[in-house]
Design a protein. Structure first.
Length: 207
């Protein structure tokens, strides 16, 4: 949202926005993009190499506020295990199990729908609400039944983001991971006892 509308918002609110607020917006917009550069993570045990953009690490960023310094290494996952030393393989297997657990929890949240969300939350933006209550219900059902995931729209294999054509509109949905009470990011999205999931359905221009 900041990347798409941040510049226009800052122009419209040039006076009220403080220097700190502008700095936070800039950090979130640059997070995990080429603006901050990238790095190569190399496993010293098995030789696994992964390239990734750098994170902003701003405490206000929804993606970074719950990350510990070692989180990028702890969340590695690979698809082939042959030739990996046993000790190293266990660490990567744990990351893969976390990924599979997160995917299962995300799929379960969508399958349960808003009525069975528990500590999780479903959010519909103003743009989607403006389509009318019947269209909102249909949009929710479309998100619940969404099963089109591939390397392009789901690079981390977590089923946490999707797009669909609906009632002549292009809709996005996404799942974010918060700590219980929504006070910051979740320390472990694979553990539902410490995680509140928030699924947001929006029109494409609201992303």
């Amino acid at each position: 949202m900041f990347r798409r509308h941040g510049g226009a918002y800052r122009q419209a609110h040039e006076g009220p926005l403080s220097r700190v607020e502008r700095k936070v917006m800039g950090a979130i917009e640059a997070c995990r993009t080429a603006t901050l550069g990238g790095h190569v993570e190399h496993c010293m045990d098995c030789g696994l190499v992964r390239q990734a953009y750098n994170s902003c690490r701003n405490r206000h960023c929804p993606k970074c506020q719950g990350l510990a310094p070692a989180a990028p290494r702890a969340r590695w996952g690979v698809s082939e295990w042959s030739g990996i030393p046993e000790a190293c393989g266990r660490r990567h297997m744990r990351a893969r199990r976390d990924q599979e657990r997160i995917r299962a929890l995300n799929d379960q949240m969508r399958a349960d729908g808003p009525e069975g969300s528990g500590s999780n939350h479903w959010v519909v933006t103003r743009g989607v609400t403006g389509l009318g209550i019947d269209e909102v219900r249909r949009a929710i059902e479309a998100v619940r039944s969404c099963d089109k995931f591939d390397d392009d729209n789901d690079p981390y294999g977590e089923h946490d983001l999707g797009a669909l054509e609906f009632a002549g509109h292009r809709l996005f949905w996404k799942i974010d991971y918060y700590a219980l009470g929504l006070a910051g990011g979740s320390p472990d999205p694979s553990d539902p006892s410490v995680t509140a999931r928030v699924l947001t359905i929006m029109l494409w221009w609201e992303y």
